[in-house]
Design a binder for this molecule. Structure first.
Ligand code: ATP
Ligand code: MG
Ligand code: MG
Ligand code: MG
Length: 442
């Protein structure tokens, strides 16, 4: 992308309404614009990051054997009356009535709708196990929408639902989600710690939240510091291997890690004192096993191998896709702007032309731009007639992991400069070498 052809409405001043770094930086870098309280438009660069996160979520869900689909945002209230949650959900639910006076709502989650789909089309245990998911906008009329996309009213969520014959099968589905979520966050360059949590309005005894540690988080968390040393790395995972998944689950849940809702002082005191930590966390996902909580009242049954009609065991599993954009920035920024982890950067490399209009500089930049594009490295080329300082500030703000700086003086010696946004370290090399180096990193 050439910056002169892009829409990147950068703000020079810090927006007064933004209380935390990610909100401030998303507004300043022209990623989002507020449409009304807690509701945002995603401008091109913000949308690009959102799509990158969605792609990672899709790939990891499908790797685990889960099937993508798409349910609507608007739902009929009838299903919610059937499950009993229409009353329970309270003011967070946006209720709408259509021209015929029918009660509708903007879905805050989809357990009822998916259960209805399931019960109308699945009848036999032979059709199980089944896990369906979608990535769709949700609406929750939060009392205090704040921190930009972190606590929006309209937000993008991946929500998945498993249907299994037995509790044991459903707990295998739980573990599949647990492991695929670990992989998902790690691919995004994020450390998200699974912690024992509370069921809340969705219900259920088995539930973990995934939290990113950050001072601006809204959850209080207690953990054994050894849990932060665990990494997933490039292990090969067979998602049908129950014992293998259970071993990973056990590895991650052995160290103490709980949110305040389930925190237990007595258990926590058994953690060696030097390893006890208390801090704040941002909830970026949650998984639940809730058994027959919806299948029983909604009559989602299958015929088992002895001819009995039995309610299916279910779970639901969510990732806050739009909140993750904010959480990633909370965890990766400095005073000059965003520092994107390589896996999610909107542009993998930026090209800064120090002297637009200089024949040599322009030609070298064009060459790099074409070469990087051909290698699929999605460069952003700052081809504006601007001072070098302004160009550097823009690059720092939008946070491309790598920057190639091209100027007439360097070119006289046959070199450009390759700079890492994270470390600030620069190295001079030929344009070809810079291109190869960046290609190697990705
Ligand atoms: P919170 O405790 O932050 O209100 P939740 O527990 O109500 O979240 P879930 O029902 O578990 O949310 O939804 C799954 C995921 O959706 C959450 O883990 C979170 O990442 C994301 N999410 C929930 N509410 C919002 C919101 N208002 N804005 C952005 N993301 C959200
Ligand atoms: Mg909530
Ligand atoms: Mg929560
Ligand atoms: Mg939750």
């Amino acid at each position: 992308m050439r910056l002169t052809k892009y829409y990147l409405p950068i703000l020079k001043e810090n927006p007064a309404e933004a209380q935390i770094a990610s909100h401030r930086l998303m507004l300043r870098a022209g990623m989002i614009r507020q449409a009304s309280a807690g509701i945002y438009s995603w401008l091109p660069m913000g949308f690009k990051v959102l799509r990158r996160l969605e792609n990672i979520v899709h790939e990891e869900q499908q790797r685990a054997g889960h099937l993508p689909m798409l349910m609507p945002t608007l739902q009929s209230a009838d299903l919610w009356k059937e499950s009993g949650r229409y009353e329970d959900y309270g003011k967070e639910m946006l209720r709408i009535s259509d021209r015929h006076g029918r009660d509708m709502l903007y879905g805050p989650t989809n357990e009822e709708l998916i259960t209805d789909i399931f019960r109308n089309s699945v009848g036999s245990y032979k059709d199980l196990p089944l896990t369906l998911y979608h990535i769709q906008w949700k609406f929750r009329d939060e009392v205090r929408p704040r921190f930009g996309v972190m606590r929006g009213r309209e937000f993008l969520m991946k929500d998945g639902y498993n249907f299994d014959l037995t509790k044991e099968d459903a707990l295998h589905a739980y573990n599949r989600h647990f492991v695929s979520y670990l992989r998902t966050y790690e691919r995004m360059g994020l450390k998200a710690i699974p912690m024992r949590a509370d069921g809340g309005p969705i219900g259920g005894d088995y539930t973990h939240e995934f939290l990113v540690l950050a001072d601006t988080g809204e959850s209080d968390v207690f953990y054994d510091s050894t849990v932060t040393d665990l990494t997933f790395g490039d292990r090969e995972i067979d998602f049908s291997d129950r014992a293998g998944l259970q071993a990973i689950y056990d590895e991650w849940t052995k160290p103490y890690a709980r949110t305040d809702e389930t925190h237990d002082d007595a258990l926590f005191s058994e953690v060696p004192e030097a390893q006890r930590r208390q801090s704040k966390g941002i909830e970026v996902g949650q998984i639940f096993y809730f058994g027959t909580k919806y299948s029983e009242p909604m009559n989602a049954v299958v015929v088992d191998d002895s001819g009995q009609r039995v309610p299916v065991h279910m779970g639901s599993h969510g990732i806050g896709v739009s909140r993750l954009v904010g959480a990633l920035i909370e965890a990766n920024h400095d005073e000059n702007g965003i520092i994107w982890p390589e896996g999610v950067a909107p542009f993998k490399v930026g090209i800064v032309n120090l002297k637009q209009g200089d024949t040599d500089a322009d030609a070298a930049c064009e060459g790099l731009y074409k070469g990087l594009t051909a290698k699929g490295l999605d460069p952003i080329y700052d081809d504006r007639e601007e001072r070098a300082g302004a160009k550097f500030a823009t690059m720092d703000l939008i946070g491309c992991p790598w920057r190639i700086t091209v100027g007439p003086r360097g070119l006289k010696n046959g070199v450009v400069e390759l700079t890492s946004r994270r470390t600030g370290e620069s190295e001079e090399m030929s344009p070809e070498a810079a291109l190869d180096r960046v290609a190697q990193i990705y």
